[in-house]
Design a protein around this ligand. Structure first.
Ligand code: F6P
Length: 749
């Protein structure tokens, strides 16, 4: 509005200047017209009386001449007339001829044309003024044949022209005044209307609605960016530098000039399964990888490329295998890759889970490597790399390759997208180089992984194992200062990035209170309200130490009889990789062990171990976490183990105790848990007893400290740190690329 007012003031000043100039022009033009007019009239009058004048002049009849001049002066525009001889003496004049215009006075002006030949003569005109107003004086020569007799001086009244000028000036002023008022009013009105439409649009933008006018779209983008930035800055200030989805998004945008990441992972975040009644159910798989990555891809609105393994996956995706998720929110894209039974068998069950999984975990399962599985592993890695190339939207995309299923993918992607930023994260432990030597294709695996820009592990010791393996099996330079492997001039950083959870965990938003969870779970399990409850949540996998866990429960009841009949351990066990023989055996042995222990301590309805062997959706899992007095994570070897972190996250009531295996990555971070060696059954059972006897204050103190840690070291930080490192690397590569070009240019010149 202030702008509009400024414009109006400028407009009025401009119009005033224009009016002034116009008035002067109008005045001059009107005067010129008037002078022309009187001059013409004078010519006409004199021409009409020329003969009579010449007669009187020649006969020197001054009285008759005066009468004729008086006749001429009857014209209402002619005030006075005088007849001057050629020698400039006055011959006759009307009565009130002003002395100011004497013949002698005018002779200087008249002589040049009275002396000139007749056909060149013309009148002399001069505006002047008298006390009564402005006049115009003109001199017109009079001839007798060719002989000049003298000249007539006519004084014309120009006051009528003055009136006309004054009226025209008034009109001009009025017209311009009107124009100024109208233009100001229109400007102010337009300003007001556009202000209103701007503020309406801005209000719409602020409410998050789409703008109606297309020209507002760039502003919407800018405003959103600004709001995002302010929010991130504010949040960062308030939370002492905490990572949030917004901060992650901004990091991606600011450092990597992109908003979208492409994630490659074998397991998809949403599985569509056909139920017995023909309906389709969406399942969240039991996978730490999915738990961690889902919030990241949601924040970055990217694409998740995964094996479409659900029985209703094909019918719920489009013809390209794409589907928008999460159901109902549709904030990112899942691209399903279809695998044949043989491919799934060879690549997933065979090479990945019978070969690499036991190779990387110290859990005493023998790795099996078959050349046929290896061929499928290669083919499926190529298939996923092709899908990546179909999904990227630039020549230098950001691609996050996940886990041991895709050791070859980074190199295959790099071959087709040399400028891509490929970050590979290995979610399970990396073995020492001696153990890696078991694998017949160790070199190919290492070469494949080194196609990445960054390789991440959960712990520094896994990074060290990887670098030692490269050192042992490949021709490559190890940059120990940078923790990088340099091959063919390209660096791959090898860094620890301990994975974590979103914070706060979104499942808690809808979770019942811990009291309600406890009451509900105890009732469901048929336990007394004062029962003590332990919980374990795992895929049925031999690395999770489920047998050792049950043995620790047995030992607890053995050594602490006070807990018999009171303490129950419930194990949520999701069936996993069931086509593999070792997993079959595990199923049976776990079942048998639970039965044996239950039989040993059974009393009335009391059974110390409840084994729930089925898939449980996250809301159920979180209800169990919130109901339990103790959670025991007894992995024999685990990259991180997010169950431990989920239990801590679930306990916003700061009640409950975590007993945690020292062989998990989580044990390095959650140091306030009761850390145990799961192989040491007595030690573990003592830890369970300590947990069950722990005072509420100590429980609170331990949980509070771990929760503070998780709030800060959340999964956005995990992804953010990798992306920031990738951005640094990208900048460095661009710089060295430019430098190399520069050196080539200068050496050739
Ligand atoms: O965290 C290790 C991991 O193997 C993930 O890669 C995987 O998603 C999860 O465990 C569950 O295993 P699977 O996908 O074979 O069921």
């Amino acid at each position: 509005m202030r702008q509009a007012l400024r414009f109006v003031v400028g407009l009025v000043l401009g119009l005033a200047l224009l009016t002034w100039i116009t008035t002067i022009l109008v005045q001059k033009t009107t005067r010129r017209w008037a002078v022309n007019d009187v001059h013409l009239r004078a010519q006409l009058v004199v021409n009409g009386a020329r003969q009579v004048l010449a007669d009187h002049w020649r006969k020197d009849q001054s009285n008759e001449l005066r009468n004729t001049l008086t006749e001429i002066a009857r014209d209402d525009r002619i005030m006075a007339v005088a007849a001057c001889n050629a020698d400039t003496s006055l011959l006759a004049s009307t009565k009130d001829f002003p002395s100011k215009f004497s013949c002698a006075e005018l002779s200087d002006h008249v002589r040049p044309f009275t002396d000139a030949p007749k056909d060149m003569w013309s009148a002399w005109d001069q505006p002047d003024s008298l006390p009564g107003g402005s006049v115009h004086v003109s001199a017109i020569p009079v001839f007798d044949g060719d002989r000049p007799l003298g000249f007539l001086v006519l004084v014309h009244d120009l006051s009528y022209a003055e009136h006309r000028e004054a009226r025209t000036q008034q009109f001009v002023l009025l017209a311009f005044g009107f124009l100024a008022v109208a233009a100001s009013a229109v400007t102010l009105l337009a300003g007001r209307l556009s202000w209103r439409s701007w503020s309406d649009e801005l209000r719409r933008l602020a409410r998050g609605e789409a703008p109606k006018q297309a020209e507002f779209r760039p502003i919407l983008r800018d405003v959103r960016e600004l709001v995002d930035r302010l929010m991130v800055e504010r949040e960062t200030e308030m939370e002492g530098g905490a990572w949030t989805p917004q901060r992650l998004k901004l990091t991606l945008k600011r450092h990597l000039q992109g908003e979208r990441v492409v994630i490659v992972a074998n397991r998809e975040p949403y599985i569509h399964e056909t139920q017995r009644d023909g309906s389709i159910k969406v399942l969240h798989p039991a996978s730490g990888l999915v738990t961690a990555l889902e919030p990241v891809v949601q924040a970055c609105s990217g694409v998740w490329i995964a094996h479409g393994g659900g029985s209703a996956d094909r019918e719920t995706a489009d013809k390209n295998g794409r589907i928008r998720v999460p159901p109902g929110e549709e904030s990112y894209l899942v691209r399903r890759v279809w695998l044949s039974k043989e491919e799934e068998q060879g690549y997933y069950y065979g090479f990945s889970n019978e070969g690499l999984w036991p190779l990387c975990h110290i859990a005493h399962a023998r790795p099996v490597f078959r050349s046929e599985d290896w061929r499928y592993y290669q083919a499926v890695n190529q298939k996923f790399a092709n899908s990546v190339c179909e999904e990227v939207d630039s020549a230098d995309p950001i691609i996050l390759v996940q886990d041991y299923h895709f050791a070859l993918a980074p190199r295959l992607i790099r071959e087709r997208l040399p400028r891509a930023t490929v970050i590979m994260f290995w979610h399970i432990p990396w073995p020492n180089s001696e153990r890696l030597g078991i694998c017949p294709w160790r070199k190919e695996l290492l070469e494949g992984m080194l196609g990445s820009s960054i390789i991440g592990f959960h712990t520094q010791s896994h990074c060290n194992n990887f670098i030692d393996s490269v050192d042992r099996f490949l021709e490559a330079r190890i940059d120990r200062e940078q923790n990088a492997v340099v091959q063919g001039g390209r660096s791959t950083l090898v860094r620890p990035y301990p994975i974590s959870l979103e914070w706060p965990v979104h499942w808690l938003k809808t979770a019942p209170s811990p009291e309600a969870c406890r009451a509900g779970v105890l009732a469901e399990l048929g336990l007394k309200p004062d029962a003590l409850l332990g919980v374990g949540v795992d895929r049925l996998d031999y690395t999770k130490g489920i047998e050792e866990r049950f043995l620790a429960v047995e030992s607890l009841l053995d050594r602490h009889p006070e807990f018999r009949g009171r303490f129950t351990f419930v194990q949520l066990a999701a069936p996993s990789r069931t086509l593999i023989e070792r997993y079959h055996q595990l199923n049976e042995s776990v079942e048998q062990l639970a039965t044996r222990i239950n039989e040993r301590f059974a009393k009335d309805t009391y059974r110390p171990i409840i084994l729930l062997r089925s898939h449980h959706e996250p809301p159920t899992v979180f209800r169990y976490y919130r109901a339990a007095d103790v959670c025991y994570v007894s992995s024999l070897h685990d990259g991180m183990n997010l169950v431990a972190k989920e239990f801590v996250a679930a306990r916003d009531d700061e009640h409950g105790v975590l007993v945690l295996s020292q062989f998990t990555g989580a044990a390095r971070e959650l140091t306030e848990a009761l850390i145990v060696n799961p192989y040491d059954i007595e030690e573990a059972s003592s830890a369970l007893a300590t947990a069950l006897n722990m005072s509420p204050d100590e429980q609170r103190e331990r949980l509070r400290s771990m929760r503070v840690f998780l709030a800060e070291f959340n999964v956005y930080r995990w992804a953010g740190r990798m992306l920031v490192d990738a951005a640094r690397l990208r900048r460095r590569e661009r710089l060295t690329g430019r430098l190399a070009v520069h050196l080539v240019e200068s050496s050739s010149s």
